[in-house]
Design a protein around this ligand. Structure first.
Ligand code: ATP
Ligand code: MG
Length: 584
């Protein structure tokens, strides 16, 4: 492609709204354009990279015997009613009506459609296992779309669904997909980690997320250097503090704590550790129609942080069905007093108690009365929970739930997730097959998602894949492999040499961008660096003596080479790196 004929508009200024390197650079390099918040257009260079990522995904899926199909983005509500998710999905789902008032959604994912297709097509055990996938736009009306393609409202996802005869078959399909994902992300040049994950709105039993490691990521993972622990912070279990069973329970003591509302204030004022206090958090739970259903009070040790995912799972409700309660407003009903709520004296409210509180002795809790706390509160003697479970967030430095060593945290971007769904969809949607004895059996399912557009951006956020001057694409996903920067367009020798290089490389299957624009060479270098083409061949004065400058975007060094040598070296490196298998 000659740049003089291409549509490329790079920006010199950093757009205001962009905060992280990938978002800034994609906008500056003219690879994406914003339409409105969370909705973007892929421009020619960006789209070439997205297609390369899609092709890597396709190759790895096809290698595992999966087959690609393509459903409509429009999905009828009836299918979602069948699975029970039409109400459970919440405000992220983009709901629309047709002219006759029939409800549809713009697919945020596609378990229902795939289950429906396969249940109608498959009736015998002989037709299983099957794994079907698609790469298409998905729509989620995210509460806070941000970071460009990282969290957008219209994004490209690869979603695959496996159907097996039994749970062992499902485990095999899951392992195959896990391997395919490892290959995909490796070939895309990501530094990533797979971690145990919560199953969220998709449901099912086991799940792993693939997290590209970078400091700008929205995901937080916990891992341990001494053992195999690697999990999202939402999922990671915590170790309870050692129970203080032998400690004597002291008599309750009401203490005045004027205006001391936070754990920090109270513990300082009373001269006790935060770990000797009880923290109370009050919530409202809503029913399917959005009406208040019940109040929930969660209690945990004062120095702990509540893990919302664990609370939601304990209550078995969708994420959007719970919100912090206005304690003042609900105080009359429940006995809560802003800043002074404790487990004693609460009523008309479900008490969920973190498991470690059961074993701890003589803690200080809110007194249920303005400006008072109560000391020496003990579980069992003074209060009881309707539910006891692990509600804590595993923090860096906490003991590892497997081996006890201090846990570490890292940030990253969730680029993919795999789930063992079990019978979560096949049972309600009656996806059955006939086994060897002509008995109806439900299919065992798995589902597997890759955020293609998010991966596109996450690649850039890897520390190795950008610098102050722009993007540094890995060869496997670069929009073009080589850029020929011609210093003086119209110079007879430079025209001829550039053309020769362009044609030889193109003939060898190398994708070449030829900067033949009538621009200053400084501008050309800046653009080449910004859009991140992995190899630059500069044709300048040296062309007179048959020499060109050869420079890898990743390196600072440049060398002068004879034209033929530059061509050969370019072909060699492109062939070695273009499918990304060099990363294995
Ligand atoms: P998140 O927790 O980031 O909201 P999710 O767990 O809800 O994502 P999945 O249902 O697992 O997402 O979707 C599969 C993949 O699609 C994710 O791993 C992610 O890479 C991508 N994805 C999900 N939501 C978005 C979005 N709003 N924008 C871009 N990519 C997304
Ligand atoms: Mg996910």
């Amino acid at each position: 492609m000659k740049l003089s004929k291409a549509h490329l508009k790079t920006l010199r200024e950093v757009p205001n709204e962009a905060e992280i390197p990938s978002h800034i650079l994609l906008l500056r390099a003219g690879m994406i354009r914003k339409t409105v918040a969370g909705i973007y257009t892929y421009m020619p260079m960006g789209w070439r990279t997205v297609r390369k990522i899609e092709n890597i995904v396709r190759e790895e899926m096809d290698n595992k015997g999966c087959q690609e199909i393509r459903t409509s983005v429009l999905q009828p509500s009836e299918l979602w009613q069948e699975s029970g998710r039409w109400n459970a999905y919440g405000p992220e789902m983009w709901r629309i009506k047709d002219r006759n008032g029939r409800d549809f959604c713009l697919g945020p994912t596609a378990e229902e459609i795939f289950t429906d297709i396969i249940k109608n097509d498959v009736n015998s055990y002989r037709q299983l296992p099957l794994n079907i996938y698609q790469i298409s736009n998905k729509f989620r009306d995210e509460a806070r779309p941000r970071f460009g393609m990282m969290r957008s409202r219209d994004f490209i996802m690869k979603d695959a669904y496996s159907f097996d005869k039994d749970s062992e078959g499902m485990d095999v399909s899951y392992d195959e997909m896990y391997e395919a994902y490892t290959n995909v992300f490796t070939r895309c040049g990501l530094k990533f980690r797979s971690v145990e994950a919560d199953t969220g709105a998709i449901g099912g039993s086991n799940s792993h997320e693939f997290t590209a490691l970078c400091e700008y990521g929205e995901s937080e993972i916990a891992y341990c250097d001494s053992c195999d622990l690697a999990a999202t912070v939402e999922k990671a279990t915590c170790v309870d503090a050692v129970p203080e069973k032998d400690m004597e329970m002291l008599p309750l003591e009401k203490v005045s704590t004027p205006n001391m509302k936070s754990i920090e204030e109270v513990s300082k004022f009373l001269g006790i550790e935060e770990s000797k206090t009880i923290k109370a958090l009050l919530f409202v739970v809503y029913d399917e129609e959005g009406k208040e259903k019940e109040y929930v009070a969660a209690f945990l040790r004062g120095d702990r942080e509540l893990n919302m995912t664990k609370l939601i799972n304990a209550l078995d409700i969708p994420e959007h069905a719970i919100a912090f309660a206005d304690e003042e407003k609900v105080g009359q009903v429940t006995g809560a007093v802003t800043g002074f709520t404790g487990p004693m004296g609460l009523h008309d409210c479900k008490l969920i108690v973190d498991s470690e509180l059961v074993g701890l002795r003589n803690l200080c809790a809110g007194g249920g009365e303005k400006d008072y706390h109560i000391k020496n509160v003990n579980y069992g003697r003074d209060y009881e929970g309707d539910m006891i479970c692990d509600l804590k967030t595993l923090k860096a430095g906490d003991p590892c739930p497997i081996c006890g060593a201090p846990v570490k945290h890292a940030r990253g971007v969730e680029v993919g997730q795999v789930f063992k769904l079990g019978l979560k969809y096949s049972e309600p949607m009656k996806a059955v097959y006939k086994d060897e004895n002509q008995q109806d059996k439900p299919m065992w399912m798995g589902c597997y998602g890759i955020g293609v557009s998010r991966t596109f951006q996450a690649i850039i956020d890897m520390a190795d894949n950008h610098d102050d001057n722009g993007i540094i694409w890995p060869m496997s996903v670069a929009p073009y492999h080589v850029i020929i920067t011609q210093v003086k367009v119209g110079d007879e020798v430079q025209d001829r040499v550039s053309k020769e290089i362009y044609e030889s490389l193109t003939k060898a299957g190398v994708e070449v961008l030829w900067d033949d624009r009538d621009e200053r060479v400084g501008v050309k270098f800046k653009d080449a660096d910004l859009i991140g083409i992995p190899l630059r061949i500069t044709v300048g004065k040296g062309a007179q003596s048959g020499l060109v400058e050869y420079k890898l975007r990743r390196d600072l060094d440049k060398v002068e080479l004879l034209v033929a040598d530059a061509i050969n070296q370019a072909i060699e490196i492109v062939n070695k790196e273009k499918d990304g298998r060099n990363f294995f």
